[in-house]
Design a binder for this molecule. Structure first.
Ligand SMILES: CCCCCCCCCCCC/C=C/CC(=O)SCCNC(=O)CCNC(=O)[C@H](O)C(C)(C)COP(=O)(O)OP(=O)(O)OC[C@H]1O[C@@H](n2cnc3c(N)ncnc32)[C@H](O)[C@@H]1OP(=O)(O)O
Length: 324
């Protein structure tokens, strides 16, 4: 598997591990709704906007839509950078769709986990420069999505004095707070992003970091104030569908776009080769343990005690939302 050809295929955007491929070349039926794809060949920049209300949680279909949309953009040789964003101004992604885990179907559960593994392989190993524009909360697998990108910009949130309007997003791998552990490849991604000691602390405590703290430990690369700008000063805005055009005129997407431009100007071969230096070993290590990882996940989730906890957790989420 870890041959020069396999490595090249991985980073040239072709799947090198076909047996787990969740989809072939036809689009998942709802891909266009779940992930809105905007492509600007003139600038070489595309945007993938997650659009799965209410929380952009990652279901099997959402994972497949993310992989499909990314692969489609990657196949366009004129595109060098992609921005990953959300239609929800308060939630980047709430992580795994917990309902996938409750009373799961025996056939669907391993496919669901494989689809998440594939998101990691495709996004972390993308030939494109990837910029996460994190406007809202990014807990657990939401943080994982952001960490799989090359660069993370986060909104400071709305620090309005009016408590009702106040919204400060957080990011982190908070799994232990839910009584579970992040899978090793996800935990290792945190180690690689913020360093051993900070990750050891954050993983054990399940810390969710507000923007300034996330910046100070290197979990995000930049933070921007929550504010509208007069108008989008980039062509991508003109191409965006109406439901996300307003969001494109905020300072977060402006910053993400500027960073995407910086990446797009680097000679692609050199940029991709340097990305391989830091990422390929991690990806191949995960692929080698992929089946074991799936078995562990399915075995864990289907335990009676875990099912009981999961059911209670989903109920609590729904009750919280109903009380608003
Ligand atoms: C005790 C749990 C045990 C779990 C065992 C699992 C075993 C697996 C083992 C290995 C797997 C390890 C990997 C895990 C990675 C993960 O990603 S786990 C998922 C963790 N994510 C969360 O727990 C996030 C939960 N959500 C929130 O904290 C909040 O929703 C938010 C901070 C993201 C946003 O808050 P707010 O703006 O106040 O919105 P809400 O009113 O809370 O939610 C709105 C709406 O969205 C639904 N929702 C939220 N999150 C999820 C989700 N992860 N999955 C599915 N649905 C979600 C929520 O129910 C509301 O829906 P309704 O309005 O009721 O329809």
């Amino acid at each position: 598997m870890n041959t020069p050809r396999a490595r090249a295929m991985l980073f040239m955007g072709r799947r090198s591990h076909q047996s787990h491929a969740p989809h072939k070349h036809s689009p998942p039926a709802v891909a266009n709704d779940l992930v809105i794809s905007t492509v600007d060949e003139n600038s070489g920049i595309a945007m993938l906007t997650m659009n799965r209300p209410p929380a952009n949680s990652l279901s099997l279909e959402m994972n497949e839509a993310l992989c499909y949309s990314l692969k489609t953009v990657e196949a366009n040789p004129k595109i060098q950078s992609v921005i990953l964003s959300s239609t929800n101004p308060k939630i980047f992604s709430a992580g795994l769709d917990i309902t996938e885990l409750v009373a799961p179907d025996n056939d669907r559960l391993p496919r669901f986990w494989n689809s998440l593994q594939q998101v990691y392989i495709d996004l972390y190993g993308s030939r494109l420069a990837t910029v996460a524009a994190i406007q809202g909360h990014a807990p657990a697998a939401g943080c994982f999505l952001a960490m799989s990108c090359d660069y993370r910009v986060m909104s400071e949130g709305d620090t309005n004095n009016d408590i009702k309007k106040k919204h400060v997003p957080t990011i982190g791998l908070n799994e232990t707070q839910l009584g579970i552990a992040a899978p090793p490849w996800m935990g290792q991604l945190l180690v690689r992003t913020i360093g051993f000691r900070q990750a050891e602390l954050a993983l054990a405590l399940g810390t969710l970091f507000p923007p300034e703290q996330a910046l100070s430990i290197g979990l995000v690369d930049d933070i921007v104030p929550h504010q509208q700008v007069e108008s989008g000063d980039h062509k991508l805005v003109d191409l965006l569908p109406s439901q996300i055009k307003d969001q494109a005129q905020n300072s977060l997407l402006q910053k993400a776009y500027t960073q995407a431009q910086i990446y797009a100007k680097i000679p692609p071969q050199a940029r991709v080769a340097s990305k391989m230096v830091t990422r390929e070993e991690h990806i191949f290590r995960m692929i080698a343990k992929r089946d074991e990882d799936t078995q562990h996940f399915c075995g864990f989730v289907t335990q009676k005690a875990v099912q009981k906890n999961l059911t209670a957790y989903v109920e609590a989420l729904k009750n919280k939302s109903a009380k608003k």
